[in-house]
Design a binder for this molecule. Structure first.
Ligand SMILES: Nc1nc2c(ncn2[C@@H]2O[C@H](COP(=O)(O)OP(=O)(O)OP(=O)(O)O)[C@@H](O)[C@H]2O)c(=O)[nH]1
Ligand SMILES: [Mg+2]
Length: 304
């Protein structure tokens, strides 16, 4: 399957919702205030964000669509060009990361969003061309988290540095960077816990992890990727706001786009925070993480 086909398949719930919604609203109707109000409401319900919904409304208001013809292509083009225009500058190229060796990538996000799974899939992408990958199992909150990461390490042929349940996450992060450095690894991906009791604990833990790894490499972590679950809708916006206060975010990975009809949330987040977008999760398997491509995303979103 080609990459665009993967985007189409992964986004099929969203594209079905958005393209059929737009089609139903605009098909053989005059562009008048009623129709534009309905359109704006529909877009807000699709999680694209109020600002984008308003701007899209303006674009449709200023477009001449002949109600005798459905002009579906014209309608879809307005939408996908708008999405692409906003998201294109946010594309983050994974190929440019390996100037630092080892490149240390800290993975953040609340519990259940897909951190561990994404580390596995990201490790597979970064491990192409014989790049050496090590995982740091700094989610020591529960033993199962380490086991899960270990399964991924085996699957994609990565090393893993771990400790016992309840161990200090910062010490695991330190040991894993030491290992990565001494053994000439290209990438270190550090898993973290998302289920700490409160924000203060989470903040302290991130501070401690970054402080100790800086003792080995003052530039580490080179990247901090925030994982967001697309199925959580608006709460993903709050998560970005909260994590930005805890640690600088250098990229976003949105997971579970295959499980929602509201993939428009990526647009809302892109528009609001203008953070780089690294990749999209569209399934649970090892090849189900796609490097972010704004054209594929915006075209696939309009593919009915
Ligand atoms: N459909 C789908 N499921 C996903 C995707 N990414 C992750 N999952 C599933 O989401 C669930 C949670 O994923 P984890 O990787 O364990 O999430 P986590 O953030 O590490 O969770 P905690 O360690 O508990 O905080 C698992 O069942 C994954 O298989 C995705 O892109 N699509
Ligand atoms: Mg996990």
């Amino acid at each position: 399957m080609g990459i665009f086909d993967k985007f189409k398949l992964g986004l099929s719930k969203s594209s079905k919702n958005i393209s059929s919604g737009l089609n139903d609203l605009i098909f053989k109707r005059k562009i008048d205030k009623n129709m534009l109000d309905e359109l704006e409401d529909f877009l807000i319900q699709s999680d694209v964000g109020t600002e984008s919904a308003r701007e899209l409304r303006e674009k449709f208001a200023n477009t001449k669509i002949d109600p005798k013809n459905s002009e579906k292509d014209k309608i879809f083009k307005i939408f996908s060009s708008y999405v692409c225009e906003i998201l294109k500058p946010l594309e983050k190229n994974l190929e440019n990361l390996n100037e630092n060796k080892p490149n240390v990538i800290l993975i953040a996000g609340v519990n259940g969003v897909g951190k561990t799974t994404t580390i596995g899939k990201l490790g597979k992408i970064l491990g192409q061309n014989n790049k050496k990958i090590v995982f740091g199992a700094a989610d020591t909150f529960r033993a199962a988290a380490v086991d899960q990461l270990e399964i991924w390490a085996k699957k994609i042929n990565a090393d893993i540095i771990k400790s016992e349940e309840g161990a200090d996450p910062a010490s695991v992060a330190y040991k894993s960077l030491e290992h990565a450095k001494n053994n000439n690894f290209d990438y270190l991906l550090i898993d973290t816990a998302g289920r700490l009791q409160n924000k203060k604990n989470l903040m302290d833990e991130f501070k401690k992890i970054t402080k100790v790894i800086k003792k080995i490499d003052s530039h580490a972590p080179h990247e901090t990727f925030l994982i967001l679950d697309a199925t959580t809708g608006q709460s993903a916006i709050n998560q970005v706001e909260e994590f930005k206060k805890i640690t600088p975010i250098t990229g976003i990975i949105m997971t579970k786009l295959d499980g929602t009809a509201k993939g428009g949330i990526l647009l809302a987040i892109g528009k609001k925070f203008k953070l780089p977008i690294v990749a999209l999760g569209m399934g649970e398997k090892e090849d189900d993480l796609q490097k972010f491509n704004s054209e594929y995303f915006s075209d696939a979103l309009m593919h009915s």
